[in-house]
Design a protein around this ligand. Structure first.
Ligand code: NOJ
Ligand code: CA
Length: 705
């Protein structure tokens, strides 16, 4: 959209219209999606409040919801506003992801630009841009340059989302520092996020009362699925949603700091897009490209160095207590020899990288919160880790050392070191780093998800790109689709990952965690969950924790959870010689297309993905604590091709609780007319590899009946 033209024309239009504003009727404007299944209406009521509504198939879905702002240093912008003019645009295009769940993305919408003017003094101007797709809507506020307002010091954004019923809602608390929570399933009216200051394993986080983080997913009583999130979160605070359990609406509640403002911006500027994804089936939410479409195109010229891969790590060993990050005793994990051993295993099994956490100095230092800047150094290796030798050894074997930058939530200090840290990586030919933000943010008063940190995370991604470094961020800002603009933003955590299964005091992630995450957190983008634990009981390493899934479920996660970097985290002795490890070796990480075959939020999901530039397909299916049977058709396969199917299923006695490692592997010939019945155990799953059959396969394998 041509914002410059939009902004430039506004004063002219206003001056033309000014004479008739006083007697002007309340304007009611609307825009339909390309296939007219979604309609947005906007009007200003007699008080001059700006109100929007959303219809789905002509049924009201989002009822009268207000739009506006409160500021620290000027009157609110929420009443006595009129709609001055509108303009409309259509767009219908296709663009390509350099890596992703699919290659081609269709971008097709109708856009309505609405010029708004405040009737009373100081007569400020604001525009709202609505983009309406067949799979949902995005809208953003745009503040044009104007004489009566140079800076917006926003104390509150008033964006409401009023539901027409009391939908079933899957939510995590609106924590200002962490998304590492289990999903709750309640009615909207029953959301009861409890205000806390100290939470969980990450230590100091701040949770305000009755707010949720996004993406938040709902199912109405009519069975319509709705997810609210944001796209292109740039130079702004993350949006949580405060729930009004009586009025049944959400209202944006921006993440703050110790400052009076939540966001401060010089005009002109635009807010992130506020998004509402709408689908009749839960699976439709996963097929939506709305978030990516609402981001700006790729800003990096050469992206050939950004490579999806599977990787191993010196990581789980620390989480289950076998090794340590620090080098103070005899159990330091990231030593030269240990890392070289993993590089050998990675090379033998076709993995692209090895992560070595604890390679640098600073681990194990105990300093006060105020003194933590200066502790972690991203250029000085531990005495027992020969960085150059390890990087060189990896290069010889075709395996990249993945660097680790645990900032310890001292972002100012990290920013000072970005250039030296990334140029060291560049000089060693290393293109991938995992970063982390454990603990309470210093500077004091800032939170992980506020405007200051949003800008920090972005600065890191932009600086990394200059040195050809791609990022996998833990304790990140949530994903709002910026990987489209910065394809070096590979993956991120931003959820309760596998690590909670190693040490969480209240037990690990229950089986329903993944089917909840898929339809909520994953709407934002790639997830570094670290699937693939084979020693599910964690014996003899941990007595009070375990992984609450079956083995086949762990395999399925490589397909179900999308990430261009997927770890095989378990100890290599649990993989060596294990027949099911063949699936981890085989599974692809970069996809031509994705089909969501079935699924219900929090219950189960089955996803099929086709590898880029190959004829191979993979299918992953997972269930919650209920066993179930799922029928799927393979009609997406090439009708001309016969396929060898290798299927990894739960064994007859499999059960996440009592027998998680019971599994079966079988091979058959299938084609596009085949139908499968997947039998999933409690907490179970199924993983399938499909490849064109050879003459030998055709001669030796049974046809699936
Ligand atoms: C938390 C991260 O999520 C985890 O992956 C990492 O190992 C630790 N921080 C240490 O950096
Ligand atoms: Ca974490």
């Amino acid at each position: 959209m041509n914002i410059a033209r939009f902004i430039a024309l506004a004063p002219l239009l206003l001056s033309l219209l000014f004479g008739c504003i006083e007697n002007m009727p309340i304007r009611h404007v609307l825009v339909n999606s390309p296939s007219t299944n979604i309609r947005v209406e906007l009007f200003s009521n007699p008080e001059g409040n700006l109100i929007y509504k959303v219809f789905h198939n002509n049924q009201l879905l989002i009822d009268e919801s207000q739009l506006g702002f409160e500021f620290t240093d000027m009157p609110d912008l929420r009443d006595e506003m009129i709609i001055v003019d509108t303009s409309y645009q259509n767009y219908d295009g296709v663009w390509e992801l350099p890596w992703g769940e699919k290659k081609q993305v269709v971008d097709r919408y109708r856009q309505m630009n609405v010029w708004i003017k405040e009737l009373k003094a100081p007569g400020r101007m604001m525009n709202i841009i609505f983009r309406v797709y067949d799979d949902g809507i995005g809208f953003r506020y745009s503040f044009p340059e104007q004489a009566n307002m140079q800076t917006a010091s926003i104390s509150n954004e008033i964006t409401q989302f009023k539901l027409t019923s009391d939908p079933t809602t899957w939510w995590i608390p609106g924590d200002w520092d962490s998304y590492e929570h289990l999903y709750n399933k309640t009615r909207l009216s029953e959301i009861n996020a409890i205000s806390k200051r100290n939470h969980g394993n990450l230590g100091q986080t701040y949770i305000p009362e009755n707010a949720v983080n996004t993406p938040v997913t709902m199912r109405t009583d009519k069975g319509i699925h709705v997810a609210i999130h944001e796209a292109n979160l740039t130079d702004y605070a993350g949006m949580t949603l405060k729930v009004d359990t009586v009025g049944l609406f959400f209202q944006s509640s921006l993440v703050g700091s110790d400052n009076a403002y939540k966001v401060v911006r010089d005009l002109p500027f635009e807010t992130p897009w506020r998004t509402i994804q709408i689908a009749e089936q839960a699976t439709g939410l996963l097929e939506s490209d709305l978030i990516l479409n609402l981001n700006e195109p790729n800003s990096l010229e050469d992206v050939s160095w950004i490579k999806p891969m599977k990787y191993l790590g010196i990581w789980w060993q620390m989480h289950i207590g076998i090794y340590s990050w620090h080098n103070k005793g005899s159990d330091h994990g990231a030593t030269t020899d240990h890392t070289k051993k993993l590089i050998d295993f990675a090379a033998d099994n076709g993995f692209g990288g090895v992560l070595a956490e604890g390679w640098n100095t600073g681990w194990g230092e105990r300093v006060a919160y105020e003194d933590k800047e200066g502790v972690f150094d991203f250029v000085t290796p531990s005495f027992d880790f020969d960085l150059r030798q390890v990087a060189e050894y990896g290069k010889e074997k075709g395996v990249q050392l993945i660097m680790h930058h645990e900032t310890n939530s001292a972002p100012r200090f990290y920013e000072q070191q970005l250039d030296t840290a990334f140029s060291l990586m560049q000089s060693l030919g290393l293109h991938t780093v995992k970063s982390g933000y454990v603990g309470k943010i210093l500077p004091k008063g800032e939170h992980h998800h506020g405007q200051w940190m949003v800008n920090h995370y972005r600065k890191v991604v932009e600086t990394a790109a200059k040195y050809q470094v791609a990022m996998n961020v833990h304790e990140p800002i949530k994903d709002t689709g910026i990987r489209r603009t910065y394809p070096n933003m590979l993956s991120r955590e931003g959820l309760r990952g596998q690590e909670f299964n190693a040490w969480s005091v209240e037990g690990g992630n229950p089986p329903e965690h993944i089917p909840s995450v898929v339809f909520t957190r994953m709407l934002g983008g790639p997830i570094d969950y670290t699937p693939g634990i084979f020693n599910l009981t964690l014996k003899p390493h941990r007595s009070s924790n375990r992984v609450q899934t079956t083995l086949a479920h762990q395999l399925a996660l490589y397909v179900v959870l999308y990430s261009p970097v997927q770890m095989a985290p378990d100890l290599i002795n649990y993989y060596e010689g294990h027949p099911a490890f063949q699936f981890v070796r085989d599974v692809a990480v970069d996809w031509e297309e994705t089909k969501v075959l079935n699924g219900e939020v929090g219950d189960y999901v089955t996803i099929a993905r086709k590898e880029r530039s190959s004829d191979r397909w993979f299918i992953g299916s997972v269930t919650d604590e209920n066993a179930r049977t799922l029928a799927i058709d393979l009609d997406f396969l090439d009708p001309e091709v016969q396929y060898k199917m290798t299927i990894y299923t739960d064994g007859e006695a499999a059960d996440f609780d009592v027998n998680p490692t019971d599994y079966l592997i079988d091979s058959y010939i299938v084609n596009a007319t085949s139908g499968l019945t997947l039998t999933l155990a409690r907490g179970g799953g199924c993983a399938i590899h499909l490849e064109p059959a050879t003459a030998e396969d055709m001669a030796n394998l049974r046809r699936w009946l």
